[in-house]
Design a protein. Structure first.
Length: 68
């Protein structure tokens, strides 16, 4: 039986994912994690893609449509 996956979008930050997941990159490589909660980069600038390393804060990443 597979476990469910929960997903949260952090405003101006990463996607937080709870569950055993695999993230497939553009080149087809699958990065797996079994951590309780994983942060997936949305800004595209992380040094540890596909995982978030906090770079979004340094570059002041903003969600599209976010007026804040």
């Amino acid at each position: 039986m597979s476990r469910g996956v929960d997903l949260w979008v952090c405003p101006n930050g990463p996607l937080l994912v709870r569950g055993d997941i695999g993230v497939r990159t553009e080149d087809g490589e699958v990065h797996r994690t079994e951590r309780p909660v994983s942060a997936v980069c949305r800004c595209g600038k992380s040094a540890s893609l596909p995982w978030c390393d906090g770079t979004h804060q340094v570059i002041r990443f903003r969600d599209e449509g976010d007026s804040a």
